[in-house]
Design a binder for this molecule. Structure first.
Ligand code: NAI
Ligand code: MG
Length: 358
């Protein structure tokens, strides 16, 4: 088997972690012997923007369409406004290819404690399913009377029935597929009397089709607290775009470092697919540690693991997860964000050494 992967390392530590990820995936392919990755790298980024006035060339989306998956680092640079980098690259890719599922597993890896004392993998092990194409990030709104005392800015959240139903359905299907028992919805229907009341209605209707799965819901503020106080009660969490964005950074913190959580931006239905899905660590370009060689590569490598699953390489994906867990469990080679002294490259190498020993 043969998979074409577009590499978009982007800026800052995105470049460091994708370099480790690619080496690790290539090693897996050569150890497995029955699949191959053909990678092509693109330098689209904030540096590209500073030279060309745009984050990526006009034909970029068409170029990407030819690939089986996109392996993305991060974009963001201190001298380029963040809404420029985000709206110039990541959001257009998500929207053009209709990558409506943002899948973010939250799992405390063996050997790591995180901020919740005494918790283990058994307590912190759930999956966040975040809507990824509409909701609060629908790019609708504007500003009037700019700069005057009368100025008004609006940002309209857009929830369509189709968009809401398909993300909630995905969460229930995922629960069934992975043998999980509960789906928890993040809502705020007390304050948001149109969008979230609608969300709750769709949620109840879809939940009724899955009597084997417990359907649970919390207002997002209370749910944020429960992430910290009752993580063991969470199994699958489904949320809108903004709520999921915030909850999953909190989830990353529960894992012990923002350098750990991975993500997939996925269009899961083959018949309606418009382009490749995209896999990236949850973290950004981390300008505060960029160029120092100390970024934790695990979030990036773990994202590569989710990409392998999506590409149908389940056995290789399982192997990679075991290798990552072997490294964290041993606690010998960890980057400074986890209290260690290792470099990005050393952690990448340790994971590859673990792979060879499996
Ligand atoms: P960030 O995730 O880049 O950094 C937040 C904090 O976590 C920093 O202290 C950083 O050093 C630390 N951190 C993040 N990843 C780490 C890793 N792998 N190893 C060790 N420590 C790590 O988020 P921030 O600071 O809000 O944003 C920085 C830039 O990244 C901005 O330009 C932002 O727009 C961009 N960004 C891009 C994203 C993307 O491309 N998907 C996502 C989030 C932010
Ligand atoms: Mg975020």
């Amino acid at each position: 088997r043969y998979h074409r992967i577009a590499l978009l390392p982007g800026d800052g530590i995105g470049q460091d972690v994708i370099a480790e990820g690619v080496q690790t995936l290539n090693l897996l392919a050569s150890l497995a012997g029955d699949f191959r990755l053909e990678t092509q790298s693109f330098d689209w980024s904030c540096e590209y923007y500073l030279q060309h006035g745009r984050m990526m060339p006009p034909e970029a989306l068409n170029t990407l369409r030819e690939f089986d998956a996109i392996y993305f680092g991060a974009v963001g640079f201190p001298t380029v406004p963040d809404h420029v980098s985000l709206h110039g690259m990541l959001l257009p890719i998500r929207q053009e290819f209709d990558l409506y599922v943002n899948l973010r597993p939250i799992r405390l890896l063996p050997g790591l404690e995180g901020p919740l004392r005494g918790r283990t993998t058994a307590d912190v092990n759930f999956v966040c399913v975040r809507e990824n194409t509409e909701g609060e990030y629908a790019r609708s709104g504007g500003r009037i009377q700019v700069g005057t005392p009368q100025e008004v800015a609006t940002q309209t959240a857009i929830f369509t029935r189709q968009g809401t139903e398909r993300i909630i359905r995905y969460a229930f299907e995922l629960a069934r597929r992975e043998g999980r028992h509960k789906v928890t919805s993040a809502t705020k229907s007390n304050a948001l009397q149109y969008s979230m009341v609608f969300w709750d209605e769709v949620y109840s209707a879809v939940a009724a089709e899955y009597p084997d799965i417990t359907a649970d819901k919390w207002h997002v503020d209370a749910l944020a607290a429960r992430f910290v106080t009752h993580p063991q009660t969470l199994d699958v969490v489904v949320s809108s775009n903004l709520f999921g964005d915030i909850l999953t950074d909190l989830g990353g913190a529960l894992q012990g470092s923002l350098g750990l959580p991975p993500s997939g931006n996925i269009h899961p239905v083959a018949e309606t697919r418009r382009g490749p899905s995209l896999f990236e660590p949850v973290h950004g370009s981390a300008p505060d540690i960029a160029g120092k060689g100390i970024a934790n590569p695990i979030g990036g490598i773990w994202s590569g693991q989710i990409m392998l699953e999506y590409l149908g390489e389940r056995e290789a994906a399982t192997q990679l997860m075991r290798a990552i867990e072997a490294v964290t469990a041993a606690r010998e080679v960890l980057t400074p964000d986890l209290g260690g002294r290792a470099t990005t490259v050393e952690v990448g190498k340790a994971i590859r050494t673990a792979l060879r020993k499996l």
